[in-house]
Design a protein around this ligand. Structure first.
Ligand code: PLP
Length: 491
């Protein structure tokens, strides 16, 4: 393809993308294809000769599009939606057009410099203290692919720091702490690094938050048998229920364990710190005063298309001490002089995408006020849904709604006063039937979870085009399916 052919193909691609967004609401949220569908349409080997791009572009529409789940659909309420914006899409387009794997400052100065600046902007947006700033302190921010990668990098850094300070410790004695509600990124990091992980039980009565006693008990009992607590992954906004670990409690305990690195995984909820009214409930003061590292994904609820996971550390040397390997071919004048950031030493890979461009476009396109407005709107929409659930005769909230997430299930109000209430197992079975009916539909997408044995359904607001009408429509569908499930259950 030459430049003029690219111009033509690109105009067409943009036209088709616009048409896609115009038609989004009329599409099924969920793809209806069967496993293996694509093999019927795509040859077993690549073409011998290059093909006309128009044919390729048409095949994308014909064969790929039907196999896509539409995460940007306004009735997509599953997992945590990934709000994507045109500003972000354009950032990715420009970034891929110059294809800079900006691993060193010198390999493409703008990539490094923009990332350092935009991470400071993002920290400012969220109210992070200047301790985490690339400009002001010894901390710094870096864009990673995912929160899982961010956690892995942090665990590597925490392990290196612990071993530096305790050279006689045995690696097999090191323990990472999570809770039963921590995202699997904790266990994944432990698995990859061959470390022990202790998952602390958290209770429904405490909103599934980690509290002082449970943490202290775990650390004390482990220390007594010679284990070495070296990192805790605390969560602000857990995946299943949006639980927020009590960082004030954790801070108290951490004062007695100065070698314990506390990483705050706020992959989903962290962007809500942009709104000052949520900073207290999300423990911003504690994050600022003692957390060693903090991560939030702009690619989840932060209007930036995947991937864009923001990680801040209080001391960037902890990352570079753990991850800097500099063969001769990567040495540069500025790197040797220590006058620039070389981001390759802040993550696992060498090459890295120019992700800061899309974050810069989004933050400029929305401004702080626009970003806050979107977050507040999602929370208000979720509150509307939670109120409808709360007022219904069939449904109940399992936990207090958390920001833009509601976790609920069917708990039928029994018709007869003296009718025995359903056991947990029966309720779970009823709710599985209910969720089975919801997930067989194509016009809405939700996810299931289990909270200490309670089977529940999650609705997360976040797709950029969801409005009140979609929430009402979602509730109408959900209540219709709930009534049907209850009626068939009773017969
Ligand atoms: N942490 C939390 C609280 C999450 O909810 C999720 C995903 O939903 C993750 C981490 C994982 O994010 P990533 O896919 O960026 O690794």
């Amino acid at each position: 393809m030459d430049i003029e052919q690219f111009r033509k193909a690109d105009y067409q691609a943009i036209d088709r993308i616009c048409d896609y967004y115009y038609s989004l609401q009329e599409r099924s949220v969920i793809s209806t294809v069967e496993p293996g569908y694509l093999r019927k349409h795509i040859p077993l080997s690549p073409p011998g000769e290059g093909e006309d791009f128009q044919v390729i572009a048409d095949d994308y529409q014909k064969y790929i599009m039907p196999g896509l789940t539409h995460w940007q659909h306004p009735s997509f309420f599953a997992y945590f939606p990934t709000a994507c914006t045109f500003e972000g899409i354009l950032g990715d387009l420009y970034a891929s057009s110059t294809a800079n794997p900006g691993f060193n400052w010198s390999s493409s100065p703008a990539c490094t410099e923009l990332e350092a600046i935009v991470m400071d902007w993002a920290g400012d947006l969220l109210g992070l203290s200047s301790a985490f700033s690339n400009q002001a302190g010894v901390g710094g921010g870096v864009l990673q692919t995912t929160a899982s990668d961010s956690a892995l990098v942090v665990v590597v850094a925490a392990r290196a720091l612990y071993m530096r300070d305790h050279p006689d410790a045995k690696l097999e004695d090191l323990v990472m702490y999570t809770t039963t509600q921590t995202h699997s990124l904790g266990s994944k990091a432990a698995l990859v690094l061959g470390l022990q992980v202790r998952s602390i039980e958290v209770k429904l009565d405490h909103g599934f938050a980690l509290r002082e006693d449970a943490l202290r008990d775990a650390l004390e009992s482990d220390a007594k048998i010679g284990r070495k607590p070296f990192i805790l992954i605390a969560t602000v906004g857990s995946t299943s229920s949006g639980a927020i670990d009590n960082l004030a409690d954790i801070r108290k305990v951490a004062e007695d364990y100065p070698s314990l690195w506390v990483h705050v995984d706020a992959a989903w909820a962290g962007v809500a710190l942009s709104c000052p009214e949520y900073r207290c409930e999300l423990y911003l003061d504690d994050i600022n005063s003692f957390a060693h590292s903090f991560c939030t994904n702009f690619h989840k609820w932060g209007l930036v298309n995947f991937d864009c996971s923001a990680l801040w550390v209080r001391d960037r040397k902890n990352l570079t001490n753990a991850l800097d390997i500099t063969p001769i071919f990567l040495r540069t004048k500025h790197g040797d002089a220590g006058t620039v950031i070389d981001y390759r030493n802040w993550h696992l890979g060498l090459g890295r995408r120019f992700r800061s461009l899309k974050l810069w476009f989004v933050l400029r396109g929305f401004g702080v006020a626009g970003f806050q407005q979107y977050i507040r709107q999602c929370i208000a929409l979720n509150q509307k849904f939670a109120n409808l659930v709360d007022a219904s005769d069939e449904l109940s909230l399992v936990t207090k709604p958390s920001l833009a997430l509601t976790v609920f299930r069917i708990v039928p109000k029994l018709q007869e006063e003296n009718q025995p209430s359903l056991s947990l197992d029966s309720l779970n079975d009823l709710n599985r039937v209910f969720f089975g009916r919801l997930s067989a539909r194509h016009d809405i997408m939700l996810t299931q979870t289990s909270l200490n044995g309670i089977f529940c359904v999650r609705l997360a607001v976040g797709a950029a085009r969801t409005n009140e009408g979609h929430i009402q429509e979602a509730y109408n569908i959900i209540i219709e399916e709930a009534k049907f499930a209850v009626q068939t259950w009773e017969q």
